[in-house]
Design a protein around this ligand. Sequence first.
Ligand code: XMP
Length: 609
Amino acid sequence: MGGHDTIAVVDNGGQFAHLISVVIRDRLKVRTVIVDPSSGPEDLSGVKGVVLSGGPDSIYKEGAVQLNPALLDLDVPFLGLCYGMHQIALRYGGNVEGSDHKEYGHAVLCREEDPIFKGVPDGDRVWMSHGDKVVALPDGFSVVGSTEGCPIAAFSDTRRKRWGFQFHPEVEDTLHGVEMLENFVLGICGAGQDWTAQRNTQEIEAYIRKEVGDRNVLCLVSGGVDSTVVAALLLRALPKERTRFIHVDTGMMRKDESALVMEALRDQGLTDLKVVDASDIYIRALEGISDPEEKRKRIGRLFIDIINREAGDASSSDWVLAQGTLYPDTIESGGTKHSDVIKTHHNRVDVIMRMLEEGRVIEPVRELYKAEVREVGSGLGLPPELVGRHPFPGPGLGIRALCQDPLTMKRNLEEARSLQGRIDELIAEDRWAGKKVRGVVLPVRSVGVKGDERSYEHPVALWLDGKRDWKGLKLFSTRFINRTRGINRCVLVISPEGPAGPLPLERYMTRERLDLLREADDIVMEGLRRYGLYDGIWQCPTVLVPVSFGGGEMVVIRPVWSERAMTAEVAELPDVYLKDVVPQLISLPGIGSVAVDVTSKPPGTIEWE
Ligand code: XMP
């Protein structure tokens, strides 16, 4: 999108660059672009300033990300953060000391007078996470901030317009971090604040009209936020007769999902959304199948058949495809280049592949983050319950109802029993878990990620004596899983109260079971909304697990907080919520127990399959 003042954020790896970019866009309303450290000055022409992000490695590590030295020849202000500060120091002849010892956490910043600290109090709290640090200043630079553990915590050379912080202003733990970024972006770089949802919406509409020209557009509406917002934008930008919208109801959607999407888009003027009810076909295709990969493959293949059938005539050259691809997925830079994002497999169908290969694809929200898409959607008048929805995987509830046949049940039970002795020992040896935790290996397997590999191992059900110590549980769970072969997940059982020998249940994908899971998912989600927890949680799958402690099967609630799903933290559920929701779940016919997943990603994944 043209005409905006822009700040470039150089991605030195990890999650830092996107976080900086989101803060600048969201809090300061200035456009950002994420760029690769190997970019040259010509790639950044016209930017108002550059932020060099932190990174996960030491600058001296073999294979560490290298900044193109010519980039610093650009005559615009630069702010280097952590790793980025080290890049600036080395480029101008300073010295950085490598260290294996990490300084991590809060520090108190004593600051000097400098434009970057305008309005920032002396003695402010900042957040540190580093091993290396600058130990000798380059010529022309002055120290403008120091902490107890880091004498050169901030430096500047106002003549060259170069600044560097050892700490991270982009995280909330740095109390006046946003003010520091504001001083840089608005004060020093002089960037204009025109990155607003309203202007983005107008520009996206112009983009759609220009890119589509006199062709037609096909849009697959999944029920998620991104494709629904794209559909609404297309409806505003183009005459109705030049658009076609298809929604496939797989029978594995959330409760009332198809109706919600249809209604929202009807309000946007869409009267002929083609809804393909394929639920019977999907359920039949999954009959008797328990292997998760096989389930995924079958669901994916069916989607191919259905879309090829329904949209086959859109493969001619007077059609383009509109996709809801977001900003983090459109850029390929240092930290994101090698990320393995599981997203697109649903869209790899012949008709779509052909359109992709021939460049007949438009991506109207390709410059936006999810939160910005939500803002655009709200501005268009889409209902809040749709705009604020948690992400939902393509295969839907199909990968949230685990299945077992007699053969897998037998194998899982044997494995679980053989692991139990070692699990008891490990729990007893653990300083935190010791006598207050009891654990039982479940006779079922779920997917996780260990190292860079997907794992398919057993969850352990935990019971904790006394008060629920979420923090302790989360730390224990990671420690425990990382040192134990054969297990990849921990769940805290809320009901029943005491451990009993779990048995595997024979269960497949049936309409009844999908309805049961849909109902359980609705209870979990409604509860999150009622207690004001929904918006603070990134995603909360509800999983149906075919093991029994003497009653029906188990429901697992999986609340996580994440940025873009590559990693995830367990989000805590308060007691009032559990006291309300768990009895409702237990009262569903066929449900015998309820647990909360307390596994981070890694070593768990967000979904169980
Ligand atoms: P995992 O389970 O790997 O999931 O931690 C990461 C994120 O991706 C979503 N997910 C999918 N999304 N098609 C999708 O569109 C899929 O097949 C798929 N599988 C997982 C998951 O919900 C989470 O947000």
